[in-house]
Design a protein around this ligand. Structure first.
Ligand code: HAM
Length: 425
């Protein structure tokens, strides 16, 4: 026997026992997006590497070491998308979606990052993300955050914590960045290698460090809040006031800086404490400079993405996995001569009854083995066709669970009987 081939590390198969929970999560989220007037956009999985370098940032972890990049046959550098915002902005500019309009868009699908796999972190993972363009005020920030709260409640997740911060304008952040470098440079011996490197590339990310030996100097670092420009401060106050007015509680976390460079002003994350280290289930923020940065007219924007693997795991661990619905009926065909007639019966029943889930036996088998399969299918009844039924133009209906008598009925009675099963769910 040839050696079996395994999937790639960090690339998971989602098996049938889990897909109903995936669909529940995806559909619940999509319904909420619909309730707020968002429209779906479908974006390519592969883009020019340059798009991600220019948007996410050259010196971010994602672009520096996590992208699946390769040269195509023409020598052009392409990358599998590590996230959806950059592609969405690129598409919006390319198709003129931002001219005189304020589109509210959502997308879903796989994203790819070469990270170290662990619980809640994969190399291929799935997001549903949303982006709004052309609106600069704090009202859309607040509405979007309220919408993410509603999404989490829709899947039964009501214990995640909302963390909120503001990163101010690009200018305010540059001034703060300089202050931060000055501060950390006082403690060269306390910084780990990663942080030393970030001091010249991305010093704000030092605030994100989980290194326990650095927590005290991080705690005493100057706060971005103290370097905010007045407009950003007013914007942040208005976002908070709107959230309070709708009764959504949150925690202001001045250390929340996010791992992508494009953010300005509002940033937020929903964090669950039931997932260990990878507890962020939803994250996003405003990125007012990005559209211009990648070649469009200046256009304010804000967005977020949820991590579906993490949400599905939380649903499975709290309320349990959703199950695939059982068939309404299992069709048993007894005798060699009746196979084709049984198939044809199945087609007529599905024509007559939209929504019918009918699993027909295939591959023959004795009555015993066919009833065993019927039972295993979870269907409440078996429909039995043998020579005798065929000759009479009838079908035997045999209840597989609970009470109920076996009966022989003609096809129109059968349609009515099955209709009752469909109505019952
Ligand atoms: P992000 O924080 O990089 O933001 O990812 C958003 C969410 O995707 C995370 O909170 C997490 O739930 C999930 N996620 C990220 N990496 C992984 C992974 N390796 N395995 C499993 N789940 C993961 C963005 O991607 C931004 N594009 C969000 C955004 C949209 N900001 C503005 N618009």
């Amino acid at each position: 026997m040839a050696k079996a081939i395994q999937s790639i590390r960090g690339f998971a198969d989602i098996l049938p026992e889990r897909t109903p929970t995936w669909r529940f999560v995806e559909q619940s989220i999509q319904e909420v997006l619909g309730a707020y007037g968002y429209e779906e956009i479908r974006l390519p999985y592969l883009e020019q590497t340059d798009l991600f370098a220019r948007s996410i940032g050259e010196v971010t972890d994602i672009v520096e070491k996590e992208m699946y990049s390769f040269e195509d046959r023409n020598g052009e550098s392409l990358s599998l998308r590590p996230e959806g915002t950059a592609g969405c902005v690129r598409a919006g500019i390319q198709h003129g979606l931002f001219h005189g309009r304020q589109p509210r868009l959502w997308y879903g699908g796989a994203m790819f990052r070469y990270e170290r796999p662990q619980k809640g972190r994969y190399r291929q993972f799935h997001q549903i993300g949303a982006e709004v363009f052309g609106l600069a005020g704090p009202d859309i920030d607040a509405e979007m955050i309220l919408m993410t709260g509603r999404m989490l409640r829709a899947i039964g997740l009501d214990d995640a914590e909302l963390q909120l911060n503001t990163l101010g304008t690009v200018e305010a952040r540059a001034a703060y960045r300089a202050r931060l470098v000055e501060y950390f440079e006082q403690y060269p011996e306390r910084l780990d290698d990663d942080s030393k490197r970030r001091l010249s590339t991305n010093p704000l990310r030092i605030l994100d460090s989980k290194n326990p030996d650095m927590q005290d100097i991080i705690a005493d670092a100057p706060s971005l809040m103290d370097h905010l420009d007045d407009e950003s401060r007013a914007h942040f106050d208005a976002v908070q006031a709107a959230l309070r007015a709708s009764g959504l509680s949150f925690q202001v976390n001045p250390r929340l800086v996010r791992g992508l460079d494009y953010y300005t002003r509002t940033v937020f994350e929903w964090v669950s404490d039931r997932l260990g280290a990878q507890g962020t289930v939803c994250a996003g923020g405003r990125y007012d400079g990005l559209v211009e940065q990648i070649g469009g007219r200046p256009t304010p924007a804000i967005g977020f993405a949820v991590g579906l693997e993490r949400l599905v795991t939380l649903v499975e661990e709290s309320v349990g996995a959703h199950a695939s619905p059982a068939p309404h009926a299992y069709l048993v065909a007894l005798g060699d001569g009746v196979q084709a007639a049984a198939l044809a019966l199945g087609e007529r029943l599905r024509d007559a009854l939209p929504g019918l889930r009918l699993q027909a036996n295939a591959g023959g088998g004795s009555a015993k083995s066919q009833f065993k399969r019927a039972d295993r299918s979870g269907a409440p009844v078996a429909l039995v066709v043998a020579e005798e039924e065929l000759a009479a133009g009838e079908v035997t209906v045999k209840p597989l669970r609970g009470e109920g008598e076996q009966q022989r009925v003609d096809e129109s009675t059968l349609v009515q009987l099955l209709d009752d099963y469909i109505k019952a769910g």
